[in-house]
Design a protein around this ligand. Structure first.
Ligand SMILES: *Cc1c(COP(=O)(O)O)cnc(C)c1O
Length: 301
């Protein structure tokens, strides 16, 4: 039997993962920000392709794959999926065959993400939207598993129990106390991982899509039994839905980059900081609070 996690350091070296990520203080000119101390954890700098939180979520799935000598991974995502993009790159570097099941038929007009996947040797299958909806059904998973008996199947967004420990390492890296940690929420794995790590902080999620109730359910399903830290998701900052963008949000992202020198994108990190700016203006946080915003990455160069 191989030692568990014998490949962990080796994988980080092969992929050139840069950890721990820095924590930096932010001093924006936003009304209300003078009442609190605002910090950012730069998970966007972990790797140029393996987007910050995607590395956190994939770390132990990839380690287990290598430890078990598994040569195939099956996973899911949309045509622009950061998860598939990060996973496709990692699999190419680690000699794992990725089978990517993609929502919708892009065979005539592949996105940049899908072109990268093909260039990196992933097998891409296009599923119509109805089939894709079955992606978590036991029947559907069973068929793919039967066709690829040794493959590890990773759910959409990489959010699964195996992802929690990797995300939890964000908290283990912190050397200062924060009252609140704020993160964007897409499929819930990042928030669930932070909650599971039980930092001395409350956890605040910013929904990037219309999913009141649904996102809470995703997070709850991932959490282990027993009491975890208090957490909450705010739903008023998604700007109309997943990947929906307003002119205000685009301008905000540009100004934030100009003022802080830190690039953000409108799908995840843009909505996170846009929400923080509004919450600070409303006096949402207790004066004197120390707030840590998690920059989950998502930028493509
Ligand atoms: C995937 C992604 C998220 C969403 O994380 P979940 O764990 O799915 O909630 C947030 N930020 C970026 C940049 C992402 O790529």
């Amino acid at each position: 039997m191989p030692e568990p996690q014998q490949h962990q350091l080796e994988i980080e070296q092969i992929l050139d993962i840069s950890l721990p990520s820095a924590v930096q203080q932010l001093n924006p000119d936003w009304p209300g920000s003078e009442q609190v101390e605002l910090y950012i954890k730069r998970d966007d700098l972990i790797h140029p392709v393996i987007s910050g939180n995607k590395w956190r979520k994939l770390k132990y799935a990839l380690t287990e794959t290598m430890d078990n000598g598994v040569a195939e991974i099956i996973s899911f995502g949309g045509g622009h999926s950061n998860h598939l993009h990060a996973l496709g790159y990692a699999c190419m570097k680690l000699n794992i065959q990725l089978i990517a099941l993609v929502r919708g038929d892009y065979s005539q007009h592949p996105t940049e993400t899908l072109k990268d996947l093909q260039r990196w040797g992933s097998q891409v299958h296009y599923l119509d939207k109805l089939s894709y909806r079955k992606r978590s059904d036991a029947d559907f998973i069973g068929k793919w598993q039967a066709a690829h008996p040794n493959a590890l199947i990773i759910p959409e967004g990489g959010s699964q129990t195996l992802a929690l420990a990797g995300v939890g390492e964000i908290c283990a890296e912190l050397t200062q106390h924060f009252d609140t940690i704020v993160t964007p929420v897409g499929s819930g794995g990042t928030l669930a991982g932070l909650v599971t790590a039980r930092p001395e902080s409350s956890l605040l999620g910013i929904a990037v899509l219309k999913g009141e109730g649904y996102l809470e359910q995703l997070v709850t399903e991932l959490l282990p039994e027993g009491a975890c830290n208090p957490w909450k998701i705010l739903h008023q900052f998604h700007c109309g839905g997943y990947a929906r963008v307003t002119t205000e949000l685009t301008e905000f992202c540009r100004d934030f980059h100009l003022q802080s020198g830190i690039a953000i994108e409108p799908v995840y990190s843009g909505k996170l900081f846009f929400a923080l700016k509004q919450l600070l203006a409303e006096g949402y946080f207790k004066p004197g609070s120390r707030i840590l915003a998690l920059h989950t990455g998502g930028l493509r160069t």
